[in-house]
Every structure is written in structure tokens, then in C-alpha cells.
Ligand binder design. Structure first.
Ligand SMILES: *Cc1c(COP(=O)(O)O)cnc(C)c1O
Length: 349
């Protein structure tokens, strides 16, 4: 619950002292009235994208904030969640000194970003039922542990983590807990956004790449206290979300009914697919999922992966991940695509 928390103690010294670049569009914020803009060396001939985009993406943020029941000051947008996650590393982790904790099997980017930022990644495996090992994680924490990554619903296992375990970690860990909610729109579980007020060390990341169907435009969302957001704002590239992305995202986010319909249809297809998968004797286990994919254990993942590939179907072989021996991760496609998958599986021997 609420406790003394000073974000400045976690920020890298160089970032704390940084005076951010001030762009032309940062200095003057249009109030909507007709102005003559001669401040940014742009080409004046209007083609829809001749002006620099709003560095604070105010229109889009206002809408996303309203839909999520948070304030605009709680939001930072990035070029996909991957940029958002990288900014978190660069703001809080001193290269060669600080470390982070991740819980494999999980999203591969945390480890890659740790490597890129020269930050040690301490891995504490999930338990056999794919829950965070709370005791193990807290044991791994030291003075230089800045970040803990929890992906819920988790990729590639598909499950949401227990609320009690996440709360325990938020209460006990003095660094920042990043809850990656890339798949939250497919889940019945409540978003951790509702807990932002209670946990000053909580960062929730979301994305328009999955349920919203906008992987191609690259739009990631970071939600946290205004203090954390202003640190990230200090170091983000001024124009990190381009104009086309802002326009397209705005149009899509204005149509929540369509997103909701698509999610409903994907979930219906997921349940059908799961039922169909039960018939194959080389499918040994279907893990419960809160996401738009299903992790299945098969008799021989390398063989089944190759067989599917030969039939023109690409799935993800997750066998190299710990606790995931002989597993394939199947993304739920359209009804037609899923039918093709089932037919292909039926023809295997
Ligand atoms: C797909 C995915 C993302 C999305 O990343 P973007 O850069 O926003 O496309 C983030 N986290 C997890 C766990 C994912 O599976």
C-alpha cells in the first residue's frame, strides 16, 4: 500500500541532471487559432504531413486517457511498446551497474533490451504453473535492482498472473514493477491501471499492436505516476510518434465498438480452435489462455513445426524457452485461417 516513494532516487544521475531538448513545437502550443508557423524550418506547402507532429500527441492521449480512466499526465506514448520499454531502461538503469529481474518463459524483448543497455538481467523462472516465483524474485533483489518485468497475460504461456502475487511484489520490491499488458484486451482480468493510485512504483504498458489491430503503425502506451511519466518525457525523442500514426490511431481508437467486435470474434475462434486441437493425439496439452494465442505441448515440436511450415503455415516454436519443451504457440487467425491450420494438422502423421 502507500508508502514513502521518491522516484528521483531511482532515476539515473545523468537523466536527473539532463536538460531536455526543446523542439519548436514544444515551445509554442497552438490554441487552435490561425497562426503563421515560421519556427521549425518546415516546407510551408500543405500536403497533410509537412508539419512536425505534436510531440505530446495531445489529441490521441486525451482519448486514450478517457477510455482508460486515467489522466493525460499518466500517459506516455511511444513507437510501439518496445520503445516505451527501452525508455524505461534508459531512464532508470545505469549501464554495467544496475540490474533487472525477468521471469522466463516470457517476452524476449526484456532480455534483448537489457543486453542493448548493458544492464544485467537476473532470470527467476516462473513456477511450474507459470506463476511468478515471489520468494525467488525477492531473494534475487539487491541494491542495484531497478526494474522487475511481469507480463500478464504472459507471452508465450497465455495466462494472467495471480493478483495476490503481483500485489506482494509491488508491496515488497522497492524498484519499479513493469506490468506488460499487451494482451489485456483479450482477458477478463482487470487491468492493473486501476491500481496506479495505490502503487507509486507501478508502470503498466499496453499496445495497439494486438487487440486493436494496428501492429503496423507502432503505437505503445506507458501508464504510470506523473512523476515517472515526466522522467520518461525528458529523454524521449521529441517526435517519436509520427503524424500518420497519430491520425490512424485516433481514428481507430474513436471506434471502440469495432475493436470490441473483433476481440469477441477472436475469442470465439480461440475457443473453437482449442476444442478442435483436443482431437489430435500428438497434442499432449493445451494450456489455458487469456490471450489471442494458444500454447500447446506436442510430441515433437521441431517435427510438427516443420510439417506445418511445409504446408505453408507458420507458427512459433517456443521449445527453447525454459518450461516450454516441445511447445508451439499458435496465434488465433480468422475462421478460414484456423480451419486451414486444423486441416493441416489432420493430415499429419
Ligand atoms: C506483442 C507484444 C508487445 C507489443 O510490442 P509493440 O512494440 O507495441 O508492438 C509487447 N509486449 C508483449 C509481451 C508482446 O507480446
Amino acid at each position: 500500500m502507500k508508502r514513502e516513494f521518491d522516484i528521483n532516487k531511482l532515476v539515473r544521475e545523468s537523466v536527473r541532471e539532463l536538460k531536455p531538448y526543446s523542439s519548436a513545437r514544444d515551445e509554442y502550443v497552438s490554441d487552435g487559432s490561425e497562426m503563421v508557423f515560421l519556427d521549425a524550418n518546415e516546407n510551408p506547402f500543405n500536403n497533410g504531413v509537412n508539419r512536425y507532429p505534436d510531440p505530446q500527441q495531445r489529441n490521441l492521449k486525451a482519448l486514450l486517457a478517457e477510455q482508460r480512466g486515467v489522466a493525460m499526465e499518466n500517459l506516455l506514448l511511444g513507437n510501439g511498446s518496445d520503445e516505451v520499454l527501452d525508455l524505461i531502461f534508459r531512464a532508470f538503469c545505469e549501464p554495467k551497474t544496475d540490474n533487472i529481474i525477468t521471469s522466463p518463459p516470457t517476452y524476449g524483448m526484456y532480455k534483448v533490451l537489457a543486453g542493448v543497455n548493458d544492464v544485467k538481467n537476473k532470470e527467476v523462472l516462473l513456477t511450474s504453473d507459470f506463476e511468478p516465483n515471489v520468494e525467488g524474485i525477492l531473494k534475487a533483489v539487491d541494491q542495484n535492482t531497478k526494474l522487475l518485468f511481469l507480463c500478464s497475460p504472459n507471452n508465450p504461456t497465455g495466462n494472467c498472473f495471480s493478483e495476490k502475487r503481483i500485489k506482494h511484489l509491488l508491496d515488497s520490491f522497492e524498484g519499479l514493477v513493469v506490468v506488460d499488458e499487451a494482451y489485456i484486451d483479450f482477458s477478463e482480468a482487470e487491468s492493473w491501471l486501476a491500481q496506479l493510485q495505490n502503487y507509486p512504483n507501478l508502470i503498466v504498458t499496453q499496445t495497439l499492436s494486438k487487440a486493436y489491430g494496428l501492429a503496423g503503425i507502432r503505437l505503445g502506451i506507458c501508464c504510470a505516476s506523473p512523476g515517472i511519466i515526466s522522467v520518461l518525457n525528458k529523454i524521449k525523442p521529441p517526435y517519436n510518434v509520427n503524424e500518420l500514426t497519430q491520425q490512424r490511431a485516433l481514428r481507430h481508437v474513436l471506434n471502440p465498438k469495432m475493436v470490441h467486435e473483433e476481440v469477441r470474434s477472436i475469442l470465439k475462434e480461440r475457443n473453437e480452435l482449442t476444442k478442435e486441437l483436443l482431437q489430435f493425439n500428438f497434442v499432449l496439452k493445451i494450456y489455458p489462455t487469456d490471450a489471442n494465442f494458444v500454447l500447446v505441448k506436442v510430441d515433437d515440436a521441431d517435427k510438427r513445426y516443420q510439417q506445418l511450415l511445409d504446408k505453408g503455415i507458420v507458427v512459433r516454436n517456443r521449445s527453447t524457452q525454459p518450461l516450454c519443451e516441445n511447445t508451439l504457440r499458435l496465434t488465433v487467425g480468422t475462421q478460414e485461417e484456423n480451419k486451414k491450420l486444423i486441416e493441416a494438422l489432420r493430415s499429419l502423421n
